[in-house]
Design a protein around this ligand. Sequence first.
Ligand code: NAD
Length: 569
Amino acid sequence: VGEPSAQWREYRGAPTGTDIECEGWRQEAALRMLNNNLDPEVAEKPEELVVYGGTGRAARSWDAYDAILAELRELRDDETLLVQSGKPVGRFTTHERAPRVLIANSNLVGKWDDWEHFHELEAEGLIMYGQMTAGSWAYIGTQGILQGTYETLAEAGRQQFPDRNGLRGTVTVTAGLGGMGGAQPLAVTMNHGVCIAAEVDERRIDRRIETGYCMARTDDVDDAIERAREAAEAGEAFSIAVHANAADFLEGLLQREFVPEFLTDQTSAHDELEGYYPSGFTVAEADVLRANDPERYREESLDTMARHVQAMLDLQERGATTFEYGNNIRGQVQEYRSDEVPDPFAFPGFVPAYIRPLFCEGKGPFRWAALSGDPADIHRTDEAVLELFPEKDHLRRWIELAREQVQFQGLPSRVCWLGYATDEDGTTERATFALRINELVAEGEISAPVVVTRDHLDAGSVASPHRETEAMRDGSDAVADWPILNALLNCAAGADIVSVHDGGGVGIGNSLHTNNHVVLDGSELAAEKARRVFTTDPGMGVIRHADAGYEEAIEEAERSDVAVPMRDR
Ligand code: NAD
């Protein structure tokens, strides 16, 4: 990727305040969000342009980063910039209501759509891994996934122990404290539970402790078990990171006959070469092995993954409620080590287990960032969301917890799950909230525009047979027309940035997904865009699941008057 850009060193995060470098706020928002993704407080390895999720990058090279910034500064209000795998490749006159930036990352033609071809092309400098929100400039740090993780664990607790208060008195074991996985300990403690998380990289552990996501650390398995057990018995919320390889750690639990109530994993198993660490090596030793002998690294890494999944299966057998957390560890073992572990899919993925009913109602992780950089602007939006939806106790608890416990990283931002559900005027939940933020910007109660975006992991924006579309009722798991329609619809509705990516979460060839941004600058145009985008985008979740035969989605479509042709086919 070359030497870090001098501009990036100067910015060290998004520019803030009300003066802008670009012709308009839509272009300025893109420039700020790209720099926010690469803020050292936000990104995992910003000097390599890596934002999170293994090698998820924000730009293909440092030269491409400089070129994107130069283009954004020149981009007119009636032009659209095209970005192909993190490199600006064209600029056309379109019109004011069209997107300002269109992005396509990591996409390959079906027959070539695997890591092998991807790595060959990457080595030639022709493509980039954009993960989900890395290459679409919508990453906001570990806080971005926190509510999703919190909701998932809350639902796991409700299903397994309906009489307990969240996860109180239970232990959740997981691994991986990276950009996304780092949310797990805090999500468990917010649900009153106890978390033990194995992580090989001490720097990641320290980062999560410094930022309040994890409470304690240890190098000793017995110590971790004892402290977790004590806290669970006392009904206290507690989290501890264990400096260990996940496979070794889980085998250690089996030897000691310690069975947690919940078990999952968020190591970057989707990428056996650049995401997952093999057992028997320190991080530094493994990094040397990867550079010198990538083939051996892959083999070692896949061997460890097979042991890791086998240990998860054994703990499941002994009573741990076990699920995959969207990193394709089951798929990897099925593809490369099925002789050793014949049925890695014996535990479910988190979407069919806990999240799909939300998707049926068009609910998903709506997120927004204050371009001013002023936390007061986000606090005003916190109040606004509570004023708008006073009946939602769950939302109130989330916003209160987030205000209390989540440190901002980079631009002050917030996430909350909102859905399609319309009010009597036919305005969706997401649009209602976006329109209110736009008003607050217009009235000057918020000091600068706010950008609203979302994770790619949303109701109608992903095809990912090992994750978001695992075990769809009609068997349509691998049909990728849906995210493509979603991206086209986002353009038609006038989102300000629209992106289409391959391979996020689960690795190249395993998913296709999209994202959008709308810049709320207080104008009539922003209101028009917000109303359209935040209706059509969650609406895709409703129609996608209605088409697959989910009653909850069909009911939501009827309730909210969403047109579903051939509903009774
Ligand atoms: P990351 O690359 O920032 O962090 C992964 C962490 O796992 C690193 O800290 C690494 O040191 C650690 N690790 C790797 N191998 C290990 C091993 N064998 N034992 C212990 N620790 C190990 O990635 P991330 O952004 O945290 O994402 C983690 C995974 O989750 C990825 O596969 C990603 O695609 C997936 N993901 C899931 C969701 C979701 O909502 N479920 C969302 C985003 C990403």
